[in-house]
Design a binder for this molecule. Structure first.
Ligand SMILES: Nc1nc2c(ncn2[C@@H]2O[C@H](COP(=O)(O)OP(=O)(O)OP(=O)(O)O)[C@@H](O)[C@H]2O)c(=O)[nH]1
Ligand SMILES: [Mg+2]
Length: 185
Protein backbone atom coordinates (compact mmCIF):
# COMPACT_ATOMS: atom_id res chain seq x y z
CA UNK A 1 0.00 0.00 0.00
CA UNK A 2 1.41 3.40 -0.96
CA UNK A 3 2.09 6.03 1.68
CA UNK A 4 -0.60 8.30 0.16
CA UNK A 5 -3.35 5.68 0.25
CA UNK A 6 -2.56 4.68 3.85
CA UNK A 7 -2.57 8.37 4.78
CA UNK A 8 -5.97 8.90 3.12
CA UNK A 9 -7.35 5.79 4.84
CA UNK A 10 -6.06 7.10 8.17
CA UNK A 11 -7.56 10.53 7.47
CA UNK A 12 -10.92 9.03 6.47
CA UNK A 13 -10.99 6.89 9.61
CA UNK A 14 -10.11 9.88 11.74
CA UNK A 15 -12.78 12.06 10.12
CA UNK A 16 -15.38 9.31 10.61
CA UNK A 17 -14.32 8.72 14.18
CA UNK A 18 -14.62 12.40 15.00
CA UNK A 19 -18.25 12.81 13.90
CA UNK A 20 -19.50 12.66 17.42
CA UNK A 21 -21.58 15.12 19.40
CA UNK A 22 -23.40 15.49 22.67
CA UNK A 23 -26.86 17.01 22.47
CA UNK A 24 -28.86 18.18 25.42
CA UNK A 25 -32.65 17.83 25.32
CA UNK A 26 -34.44 20.28 27.61
CA UNK A 27 -38.02 21.36 28.17
CA UNK A 28 -40.90 21.24 30.62
CA UNK A 29 -42.22 17.94 31.93
CA UNK A 30 -44.61 16.24 29.54
CA UNK A 31 -43.40 18.29 26.54
CA UNK A 32 -42.58 15.01 24.78
CA UNK A 33 -38.76 14.94 25.03
CA UNK A 34 -38.42 11.22 25.71
CA UNK A 35 -41.11 10.25 23.19
CA UNK A 36 -39.41 12.35 20.54
CA UNK A 37 -35.98 10.85 21.19
CA UNK A 38 -37.47 7.35 21.02
CA UNK A 39 -39.08 8.28 17.71
CA UNK A 40 -35.78 9.47 16.26
CA UNK A 41 -34.08 6.26 17.35
CA UNK A 42 -36.71 3.71 16.33
CA UNK A 43 -38.75 5.66 13.74
CA UNK A 44 -41.97 4.84 15.55
CA UNK A 45 -44.08 6.12 18.42
CA UNK A 46 -43.46 4.42 21.73
CA UNK A 47 -45.21 5.34 24.97
CA UNK A 48 -42.99 6.72 27.71
CA UNK A 49 -43.18 7.45 31.40
CA UNK A 50 -42.01 10.68 33.11
CA UNK A 51 -38.23 10.76 33.33
CA UNK A 52 -36.57 10.72 36.73
CA UNK A 53 -33.06 12.19 36.56
CA UNK A 54 -32.11 11.73 32.90
CA UNK A 55 -31.92 9.25 30.05
CA UNK A 56 -28.57 9.05 28.29
CA UNK A 57 -28.55 7.20 25.00
CA UNK A 58 -26.64 7.12 21.75
CA UNK A 59 -28.13 7.60 18.36
CA UNK A 60 -26.76 7.31 14.84
CA UNK A 61 -28.13 9.92 12.51
CA UNK A 62 -26.78 10.78 9.05
CA UNK A 63 -23.29 9.56 9.91
CA UNK A 64 -23.19 11.18 13.33
CA UNK A 65 -22.81 9.30 16.58
CA UNK A 66 -24.87 11.46 18.91
CA UNK A 67 -25.02 11.14 22.66
CA UNK A 68 -28.46 12.31 23.70
CA UNK A 69 -28.95 13.61 27.22
CA UNK A 70 -32.70 13.72 27.76
CA UNK A 71 -33.38 15.32 31.13
CA UNK A 72 -36.34 15.20 33.49
CA UNK A 73 -38.44 18.31 32.99
CA UNK A 74 -40.29 18.33 36.30
CA UNK A 75 -39.39 21.45 38.29
CA UNK A 76 -37.99 19.50 41.24
CA UNK A 77 -35.45 17.83 38.92
CA UNK A 78 -34.33 20.91 36.97
CA UNK A 79 -31.39 21.56 39.32
CA UNK A 80 -29.91 18.34 37.88
CA UNK A 81 -29.62 19.93 34.42
CA UNK A 82 -26.53 21.89 35.51
CA UNK A 83 -24.20 18.90 35.46
CA UNK A 84 -24.97 18.16 31.79
CA UNK A 85 -24.27 21.53 30.15
CA UNK A 86 -20.51 21.15 29.69
CA UNK A 87 -19.42 19.78 26.32
CA UNK A 88 -22.81 20.09 24.61
CA UNK A 89 -22.59 20.81 20.89
CA UNK A 90 -26.24 21.76 20.53
CA UNK A 91 -29.45 21.95 22.52
CA UNK A 92 -32.97 20.84 21.71
CA UNK A 93 -35.83 22.56 23.51
CA UNK A 94 -39.11 20.67 23.27
CA UNK A 95 -42.42 22.48 23.77
CA UNK A 96 -45.92 21.07 24.09
CA UNK A 97 -47.47 23.39 21.49
CA UNK A 98 -50.98 22.40 22.56
CA UNK A 99 -50.47 23.51 26.16
CA UNK A 100 -50.97 27.28 25.87
CA UNK A 101 -51.31 27.71 29.63
CA UNK A 102 -47.75 26.55 30.20
CA UNK A 103 -46.17 28.63 27.42
CA UNK A 104 -45.09 31.40 29.86
CA UNK A 105 -43.34 28.76 32.00
CA UNK A 106 -41.71 27.27 28.88
CA UNK A 107 -40.54 30.77 27.89
CA UNK A 108 -38.98 31.37 31.32
CA UNK A 109 -37.19 28.03 31.31
CA UNK A 110 -35.93 28.60 27.76
CA UNK A 111 -34.64 32.01 28.78
CA UNK A 112 -32.97 30.95 32.02
CA UNK A 113 -31.51 27.63 30.94
CA UNK A 114 -30.60 28.37 27.32
CA UNK A 115 -30.55 32.06 26.26
CA UNK A 116 -28.92 33.34 29.42
CA UNK A 117 -26.87 30.27 30.19
CA UNK A 118 -23.14 30.99 29.83
CA UNK A 119 -22.42 27.25 29.57
CA UNK A 120 -24.57 27.00 26.44
CA UNK A 121 -23.40 30.24 24.90
CA UNK A 122 -23.41 30.28 21.07
CA UNK A 123 -24.42 26.65 20.52
CA UNK A 124 -27.23 26.08 17.99
CA UNK A 125 -30.70 25.57 19.42
CA UNK A 126 -33.40 23.46 17.83
CA UNK A 127 -36.83 24.30 19.20
CA UNK A 128 -39.40 21.59 18.64
CA UNK A 129 -43.02 22.74 18.53
CA UNK A 130 -44.22 19.27 19.48
CA UNK A 131 -47.67 17.62 19.53
CA UNK A 132 -48.75 19.13 16.21
CA UNK A 133 -51.12 16.20 15.78
CA UNK A 134 -53.38 17.83 18.39
CA UNK A 135 -55.95 20.26 16.92
CA UNK A 136 -55.23 23.01 19.48
CA UNK A 137 -51.47 23.02 18.76
CA UNK A 138 -49.94 26.43 18.02
CA UNK A 139 -47.72 26.42 14.94
CA UNK A 140 -44.16 27.70 14.71
CA UNK A 141 -44.71 31.29 13.46
CA UNK A 142 -47.19 32.12 16.25
CA UNK A 143 -45.15 30.20 18.83
CA UNK A 144 -42.09 32.28 17.96
CA UNK A 145 -44.10 35.45 18.61
CA UNK A 146 -45.63 34.15 21.83
CA UNK A 147 -42.23 33.11 23.19
CA UNK A 148 -40.57 36.32 22.03
CA UNK A 149 -37.65 34.31 20.65
CA UNK A 150 -37.30 36.39 17.49
CA UNK A 151 -35.96 39.11 19.77
CA UNK A 152 -34.18 37.02 22.42
CA UNK A 153 -32.31 34.81 19.97
CA UNK A 154 -30.94 37.55 17.71
CA UNK A 155 -27.33 36.53 18.29
CA UNK A 156 -27.89 32.83 18.09
CA UNK A 157 -28.42 30.13 15.47
CA UNK A 158 -31.82 28.66 16.12
CA UNK A 159 -34.88 27.34 14.38
CA UNK A 160 -38.35 26.11 15.26
CA UNK A 161 -39.82 22.98 13.68
CA UNK A 162 -43.43 21.84 13.90
CA UNK A 163 -43.24 18.18 14.93
CA UNK A 164 -45.21 15.28 16.28
CA UNK A 165 -43.57 12.46 18.20
CA UNK A 166 -46.83 10.59 17.71
CA UNK A 167 -46.84 10.41 13.90
CA UNK A 168 -43.28 11.54 13.17
CA UNK A 169 -44.20 14.73 11.31
CA UNK A 170 -41.21 17.06 11.01
CA UNK A 171 -38.90 14.91 13.13
CA UNK A 172 -36.50 13.88 10.37
CA UNK A 173 -36.36 17.41 8.98
CA UNK A 174 -35.64 18.85 12.43
CA UNK A 175 -32.76 16.44 13.08
CA UNK A 176 -31.38 17.03 9.60
CA UNK A 177 -31.22 20.75 10.41
CA UNK A 178 -29.42 19.89 13.64
CA UNK A 179 -26.71 17.72 12.07
CA UNK A 180 -26.20 20.35 9.37
CA UNK A 181 -25.40 22.78 12.19
CA UNK A 182 -22.98 20.26 13.70
CA UNK A 183 -21.21 19.98 10.32
CA UNK A 184 -20.52 23.71 10.48
CA UNK A 185 -19.03 23.78 13.98
N1 LIG B 1 -50.46 13.75 21.07
C1 LIG B 1 -49.17 13.71 21.31
N2 LIG B 1 -48.73 13.25 22.49
C2 LIG B 1 -47.38 13.24 22.70
C3 LIG B 1 -46.46 13.67 21.74
N3 LIG B 1 -45.21 13.55 22.25
C4 LIG B 1 -45.37 13.06 23.48
N4 LIG B 1 -46.67 12.87 23.76
C5 LIG B 1 -47.25 12.36 25.00
O1 LIG B 1 -46.97 13.31 26.03
C6 LIG B 1 -46.73 12.66 27.27
C7 LIG B 1 -45.40 13.08 27.83
O2 LIG B 1 -44.36 12.61 26.98
P1 LIG B 1 -42.85 12.40 27.50
O3 LIG B 1 -42.04 12.07 26.28
O4 LIG B 1 -42.80 11.47 28.63
O5 LIG B 1 -42.52 13.87 28.01
P2 LIG B 1 -41.14 14.39 28.62
O6 LIG B 1 -40.91 15.75 28.05
O7 LIG B 1 -40.06 13.40 28.41
O8 LIG B 1 -41.52 14.53 30.16
P3 LIG B 1 -40.52 14.43 31.45
O9 LIG B 1 -39.73 13.18 31.29
O10 LIG B 1 -41.43 14.41 32.64
O11 LIG B 1 -39.67 15.65 31.42
C8 LIG B 1 -46.82 11.16 26.98
O12 LIG B 1 -48.12 10.71 27.31
C9 LIG B 1 -46.58 11.07 25.48
O13 LIG B 1 -47.18 9.94 24.88
C10 LIG B 1 -46.95 14.15 20.48
O14 LIG B 1 -46.25 14.58 19.57
N5 LIG B 1 -48.32 14.14 20.34
MG1 LIG C 1 -38.86 12.30 29.67
Amino acid sequence: MSAISSFSKWLLKKLRAEKKAKILVLGLDSAGKTTLMKYVKTREYQPSIPTIGQNIDTLNFEGWGITIVDVAGQSQFRFLWDIHYAGSSAAIFVIDSADIERLPEARDVLKTHIFNNPHLDKIPVLIIANKQDLPEAVQAPLLIQLLGIHIEMRDRTFTVFDCSALNGRGVYEAFTWLVNQLEMI
